[in-house]
Design a protein around this ligand. Sequence first.
Ligand SMILES: [Zn+2]
Length: 478
Amino acid sequence: MTKYIKTIWLEIHVRIKSKTKMFCSCTNAVALAEEPNMNVCPVCMWFPGMLPALNKEVVRLWMIGWMMMWCEINKLSRFDRKTYFYPDNPTAYQITQLYEPIVWKGSVKVIVEDQVREFAIHHMHLENDAWKLVHAGGKTLCDFNRAGSPLMEIVTDPVFHEKEEVMEFLKELQKLMRAAWVSDADMEKWQMRCDVNISVALEWAKEWWNRTETKNVNSFSAIWRVIDHESKRQIKIVEAGWVVDQETRWWDDDSGTSRTQRSKEDAMDYRYFPEPDLLPLVLDDAFIAEARATLPELPIEKRLRYLNEYKLSADDARILTVTRELSEYFDELVRLTGDAKKSCSYVTTILLAMINESDEINSVEELKFDIKELARVIELVNKDELSSTNSKQVIEELFINWGEADIIVDENNLRQKNDTWALELIVDEVITTNSKQVEEYKAGNVNIFWFLVGQCMKASKWQWNPKIFNELLKKKLW
Ligand SMILES: [Zn+2]
């Protein structure tokens, strides 16, 4: 069977979450805006004669973003004007960077199928977003809320060959942006979107066929399907004896297909020229050093630390590093308990499940109880003063009504007693009342043992430690 190799590279737009827009003091539309045209002014509506003034905070966040990707910085960069006509852009140009972007090459480390891999970034630049067109009632309306919102465009090298690599890369990029508080990079909220370039070639061939660029890909699942769909489409064309057109395609997520948007022949001439309204951007060493000082630990470094030092599973390490806040919460819990494994299991299986089900609390930052109380619950379990079954009840109570773990344990009579004499009485009672089962056990049916432990727990109203019943029963039935 003929073997094909896919080559993929990405152009990713990330919306920076600065407080104000790129060139004016209007509130930046980080999330989807509440009402149209609320956060606008003559500058971001591009009224004639208005001049843009570059927002320092945008540059700072942007620098932190590229530092997380190990990019080379250009202390001197310039803005360019990209000319195009489209109804979402009444000025007919966009301010971007082409010839001297602020950073060049960088890389992102990613874990793909348990292997650490490094994928190269070709370059990154800063540009402003266009406005949004809303089609309603046979009319098209303009919403300027996101006009002038700062975007970071990240262009990778042609380094991906499998969709798994692309997915892990994008997830890592999302984590980097979130960890550095540069962007929430939520694809559903249009904070991150992606154009996917694909070219397929025969495995032994030295050259690719023409490439296509698929635009409008706004979810992880859509990217997955685009790669499948487009590589199959290209293979089909070549196997039929045709040539793949170099073109821009538009993805329709509802039908799961793409269509030609623009072919190479009518490729746009953007007529780039230096932006006359902005001075070159010069970054001084102190400003760069200040930004560097705020860098958090890279999510992948955290993940490797969890795997290698804490011996957590790959899945748990991945889940705990989804957001910086979650990993910092987990780190603090480990610091308090000294027990990474148990801290991990309490966070991933109990706490995150409760957050998932809750309408009010959506993340660990919103938890109302002190983290010390969760640490105390784990300590009580480790000391056998609280059963792991009952610990869930205590955490539920903390989750809803806050308070202190010890008080909840005592008020609900959950503290396990380890009084051997009282326990022996219970064990004797269970042995007497279940004589038939005891005989079966002695005859070799070992599973009965757990039934007897259960009977002891029941008789003790679940207040005692099952480990002790286990030992006492073994001793008495020997
Ligand atoms: Zn404005």
